[in-house]
Design a protein around this ligand. Structure first.
Ligand code: PLP
Length: 390
């Protein structure tokens, strides 16, 4: 292995940005008071945490009383789904989601099905896209919730949330979007989108892990997922993660302030990576070529399997992934690629690079130089599949 390290797995997690780290530090040490405490030591932290909420809300064009802190994207997604279903149980128990969702939504829907809810999983096409027509056709009188992600974590496809949300609302259903991969990377304006609930996660945009938020539109009065001490206005119990809130606010402000130039830079690197990669024999781009997150470049490599490919790149100091960080370790083909129509063998050859603001031209050059060597090494080891693309 050489000296060079290229971190190209920013969709899995990002490094904490300097502004977020600086903002968090005092709340680990001198300002450790519990924000719910009655004395001034806690009250100061509470006021800072509330100010952070205001700043986060501003970045999303939300009101500060519409932002609720959570332990991350997974909890925000779970809360949106269980909360919306519970709130509307007298109206019915039909939920619509898609085959493209992250497990935090997909597996929650499966669990809800096992408990008596009915769930429609909208199909996705070869680009991983969902059609508005399919949603329109799936709406029923008892549909209480539609949950569709804003951008896909494996293939980078961006979904037409505003249009999908309008369809759900025409049929009197609530609309939730998992915007974990979108926030901080593309413009996200809750008023413009019209959504009722939106999930975000700090570690995807330069904030700390284990910190996120759920936007809940004013007046929705979603029941809590976690009950206990009554923090977050009684809707999300658990001692407030003050350093997390401060870090998330700083990271989000930083990401939103630099959105234009960062998008331009990251997108240019991504496009160069895609162009170079597609020159390799047998390489194929996955996901929507147009409506795509700025940093995600995902591929299939004819005849190969991703575990040895990811490991071989890792030996060269290139950190990429097979797709979602969750399915990557399982040794199974990606459920999303299967839903896009790829066979299991082909889906096993997936490789995702997710670039961030810290990546450079030299990083892309290095990846493109190392890739043919890694492919050759993997093929030489005989770690390949038999079935080619269909
Ligand atoms: N939703 C999407 C689209 C994600 O990519 C992830 C993380 O990979 C999550 C939800 C879960 O977020 P967290 O890691 O904060 O629980």
């Amino acid at each position: 292995m050489g000296d060079r390290i290229v971190y190209a797995d920013n969709a899995a997690t990002t490094p904490v940005c300097p502004a977020a780290l600086k903002a968090m530090m005092p709340y680990f040490s001198e300002q450790y008071g519990n924000p719910s405490a009655m004395y001034s030591f806690g009250a100061e932290t509470k006021s800072d945490v509330e100010n952070a909420r205001k700043r986060i809300a501003k970045c999303l064009n939300a009101r500060s009383n519409e932002v609720f802190y959570t332990s991350g994207g997974t909890e925000a997604d779970n809360w949106a789904l269980w909360g919306a279903a519970e709130k509307q149980k007298s109206r019915g128990g039909h939920i619509i989601t898609t085959m493209a969702e992250h497990s935090a939504v997909y597996k929650t829907c499966q669990r809800m099905e096992s408990l008596g809810y009915t769930v429609t999983y909208l199909p996705i096409d070869k680009d991983g896209q969902v059609s508005c027509e399919a949603l329109e056709n799936a709406m029923q009188d008892d549909t209480v919730l539609v949950s569709i992600m804003m951008a896909n974590n494996e293939i980078g496809t961006i979904y037409p949330i505003k249009e999908l949300c309008a369809i759900a609302h025409r049929h009197k259903a609530l609309f939730h979007t998992d915007a974990v991969q979108a926030v901080g990377h593309i413009p996200v304006d809750v008023r413009e989108l019209g959504v009722d609930m939106l999930s975000l996660s700090a570690h995807k945009f330069g904030g700390p892990k284990g910190m996120g938020a759920l936007f809940i539109k004013m007046g929705l009065l979603l029941p809590p997922l976690l009950t206990g001490g009554g923090q977050e206005r009684g809707l999300r119990s658990g001692t407030t993660n003050a350093p997390g809130a401060m870090g998330m606010a700083a990271a989000l402000e930083n990401a939103c302030q630099n959105l234009g130039p960062n998008t331009e830079k990251v997108q240019a690197l991504r496009d160069e990576l895609i162009d170079g990669m597609l020159k390799i024999d047998g390489a194929r781009l996955t996901g929507d070529a147009e409506n795509r997150l700025p940093g995600i470049a995902s591929f299939l490599f004819e005849g190969l399997e991703h575990p040895p490919l990811v490991a071989t790149l890792g030996e060269a100091g290139i950190y990429a992934s097979a797709g979602s960080s969750c399915s990557a370790g399982s040794g199974d083909p990606s459920r999303i690629l299967l839903a896009m129509g790829y066979s299991g063998d082909v889906a096993m050859s997936s490789l995702r690079f997710s670039l961030g603001e810290q990546n450079t031209q030299e990083d892309v050059d290095y990846i493109l130089a190392q890739m043919p060597l890694a492919l050759e090494a993997v093929r030489a080891k005989g770690a390949h599949t038999k079935i080619l693309f269909h």
